[in-house]
Design a protein around this ligand. Structure first.
Ligand SMILES: NC(=O)c1ccc[n+]([C@@H]2O[C@H](COP(=O)([O-])OP(=O)(O)OC[C@H]3O[C@@H](n4cnc5c(N)ncnc54)[C@H](OP(=O)(O)O)[C@@H]3O)[C@@H](O)[C@H]2O)c1
Length: 175
């Protein structure tokens, strides 16, 4: 997987240039898949108009219970692009949330596991990071969990538009 980390600010490097370059690398067999990251709905559509439908495997974007990014997630799904949720644990903040803790207690697991189960149940790939073997094991085990509709609804209520990865060169985000 070879993906563009951020769209070029103000299209300083034209999108057609760098996405076409990725497509060439893939055609040469040097990458199996190509993807984008931090692209907005409008930029997703522009990328598809450049490369054609079916060429972009994923849009890697920030998604966690406190920034659910629903408009963009639904748009990617509609366009046949798999969403990859980065920072799914809100860099550890999910561990302090009482709603996630309550659901975790009911399942006898941790809030991080509940969060990863929630992302999985929303049909997203996710890439939590950890420096600890026991946390990585626990994160993998989370994919066996099944949350009820009412637990999913409770987590949906935690969205508070709390964006963590927001550098000054970021695009104009979808609300
Ligand atoms: N495309 C982009 O622009 C973009 C931007 C930001 C991040 N990312 C990617 O997203 C990935 C994750 O981001 P992130 O590391 O910033 O945030 P994250 O995955 O939400 O949180 C990582 C933090 O959670 C802790 N953690 C992980 N598993 C845990 C567990 N089971 N129990 C308790 N604590 C746990 C880790 O601590 P320990 O190490 O102590 O386990 C670490 O402090 C990274 O691979 C990063 O490259 C992409």
């Amino acid at each position: 997987m070879l993906l563009i980390h951020w769209p070029s600010p103000n299209d300083e490097v034209p999108m057609a240039d760098y996405l076409t370059a990725l497509k060439e690398v893939k055609a040469e067999g040097k990458a199996c898949h190509i993807g984008i990251s931090n692209f907005t709905c409008e930029q997703v559509d522009e990328a598809i108009s450049i490369l054609g439908k079916g060429e972009i495997l994923t849009n890697q974007i920030e998604v966690h219970p406190f920034l659910q990014n629903r408009k963009l997630v639904e748009h990617c799904e509609h366009q046949g692009i798999q969403v990859t949720a980065f920072m799914p644990l809100a860099v550890g903040k999910v561990m302090e949330d009482p709603t996630l803790q309550k659901i975790a207690d009911a399942h006898g697991v941790t809030p991080t596991q509940i969060t990863l189960a929630w992302v999985n149940q929303r049909n997203m790939i996710t890439i939590p990071s950890s420096t600890k073997a026991r946390n990585i094991q626990s994160n993998i085990a989370a994919f066996d969990l099944v949350l009820s509709d009412s637990e999913m609804a409770d987590i949906a209520m935690l969205d508070r538009q709390e964006r963590i990865a927001n550098p000054d060169f970021a695009p104009a985000w979808d609300e």
